[in-house]
Write a protein that binds this ligand. Structure first.
Ligand code: FES
Length: 171
């Protein structure tokens, strides 16, 4: 099923990111409480065999070469009659001819990571997990890259699905 969604998320500036880190440091328990439900929507979608769902991420011409841009997308929850949707962040970036889309959910404990243009890195405000612009792990507590999602081009738009693909395998 193809749906039309996708809202651009402005990247964090230095000041905003440091503020987020400070808030996270003060409220560790709160962070955990908020983060746990966010852990791995895409993993859940796969393990619970949620129906495959494609949502519009952005227009193709919004995808930038070597610079990740984040969009919010909304997927159906497991209970399809629940009356709400699961909103999650997805980064998209162009690498030559290839377009990569990956989740913004840190693979350590599920916090939302941020692209910091001033550091040219994706950072997690919770415990300092570091990823490169392609979502590949660089350091910190996480043990894995950010989950890569399948993409599909339809007309002049880019869609992503609630699935995970192995890195290095074209979608
Ligand atoms: S949740 Fe711990 S580093 Fe991201």
């Amino acid at each position: 099923m193809m749906r039309s969604e996708g809202a651009y998320v402005r990247p964090s500036g230095r000041r905003r990111f440091l503020r987020e880190m400070a808030i996270t440091g003060i409220g560790g328990a709160v962070t955990l409480a908020v983060a746990v439900p966010l852990i791995g929507y895409f993993f859940e979608a796969v393990t619970k065999r949620l129906p495959e769902e494609w949502v519009r991420l952005c227009a193709l011409d919004e995808v930038v070469d070597a610079e990740p841009k984040e969009f919010r997308v909304a997927f159906q929850p497991e209970d399809r009659a629940a009356g709400y949707r699961i909103i999650t962040g997805v980064f998209v970036i162009r690498r030559g001819e290839e377009i990569l889309a990956f989740s913004n959910t840190c693979t350590h404990m599920g916090c939302s990571v941020r692209w910091l243009a001033w550091r040219q890195q994706i950072l997690c405000p919770c415990h300092g997990g570091m990823y490169d612009r392609w979502g590949q792990l660089m350091g910190g507590p996480p043990a894995a890259d950010l989950p890569l999602l399948p993409t599909r081009v339809q007309g002049s738009d880019l869609y992503v699905a609630n699935r995970i693909v192995r890195r290095g395998v074209s979608t």
